[in-house]
Design a protein around this ligand. Sequence first.
Ligand code: PNW
Length: 473
Amino acid sequence: MTEGTDSFPPGFLWGSATAAYQIEGAAREDGRTPSIWDTFSRTPGKVLGGDTGDVAVDHYHRMRDDVRMMADLGLNAYRFSVSWPRVQPTGRGPAVERGLDFYRALTDELLAAGITPSLTLYHWDLPQELEDAGGWPARDTAYRFAEYARLVADAVGDRVELWTTLNEPWCSAFLGYGSGVHAPGRTDPVAALRAAHHLNLGHGLAVQALRAALPARARIGVSLNPSAVRPLTESEGDLDARRRIDALANRIFTGPMLRGAYPADLLADTAHLTDWSFVRDADPATAKARLDFLGVNYYAPAVVSAASGSDGSRHDGHGSSDHSPWPGSESVTFHQPPGELTAMDWSVDPTGLYDLLVRYAREAPGTDLLVTENGAAYDDKPGDDGAVHDPDRIRYLHGHLAAVRRAMRDGAGVRGYFLWSLMDNFEWAYGYSKRFGAVYVDYETQERIPKSSAHWYGQVARTGVLPYPMLED
Ligand code: PNW
């Protein structure tokens, strides 16, 4: 590490991120219909505590206050997602204007506050009707997604510069259709591989639709959650486990999206499950649409070995299920690296973020990089003074921002950083039990209390300077 403070370039985007289902609530208002996450969370046993996003943090009704809060903290960017079933309830046909109005108002508020909007089209809330018609394992869903992209572009294309097609297609495909810990909760390895392909295809078709509809200044990308995967040892078996997980977590998306082809080793590793005949000849080339930026979401690294270790541990951090999210490579074992853990039991390791940024700078030369998510859950609660002190999160953010800066010095063109998350929210299968926010939310009163990390991060955003690590907040 270099000595002293560390400056980021002027114009760097300092943001926070959220997703529609995790914050909006208002699940039955203004024509919105159920998404797969409404159905899943209302199914007993799927989400911890039986929590749902019916109310969430009521952002749908508190949007203006929430934007003012970001501005007051000093943030200059905001990554949010559009709820597909709010805008196009059946996943087909014309848009519902009342649904679009919310995003028109949100983007107006952001721009008026000097905050750059970054819009994600799909953060996991597929209209239930499209799931009933086959969901992502069905080819038609890719075409429906591109049509929906066009509707949103026509509505707010004049005011949004940053466009993301998909958030973390790995989670949609392999947690949604493989392990079943996410909606729609299916557990079919071939359905998961088909879903991954149709997400790749849908991404490519959506980029085409966006390019046709948006002004030239629009910047279009995708947010992946690449795995920073390391072998437990340098043994041949562990190196092969690393290669397999790298194929299923990373190259299954970057192969088509960046290179226009699926990796040969991925097809070989899964040949006993499927012949991949659902991939039509032109599909990988369609998925390889020109990208203006690649979004990297990063939380923790993965350590893998060939077969179950002596402790039989399977800490893969992807929730508990009898079904693997790794089709064809189910025997790969995940290990908890030694060291500090967050409340998710995810290990704290900024080097993983550095490694991914440097890797993708090399694999996607000339494409800007954005850290579209990074952050940590801790057991936050207000103290006697009513304030929420979260020194662990400050240290987490400090370490990861230093890793971003180091990757930039080593050639990675990182243009911005979005902290996950602006505020505590519905953490998918964990419900409201895990708090990722820089802002604390009292779920009884919906009161927002910026944690000490929010003030710390706002200071970094305002000055562009990463201070010395603080021992106490
Ligand atoms: C991401 N995993 O989700 C999402 O984009 C956010 O919506 C979410 O709140 C955040 O990270 C924190 O979890 C993930 O099991 C969920 O590997 C699960 C996994 C990865 C990312």
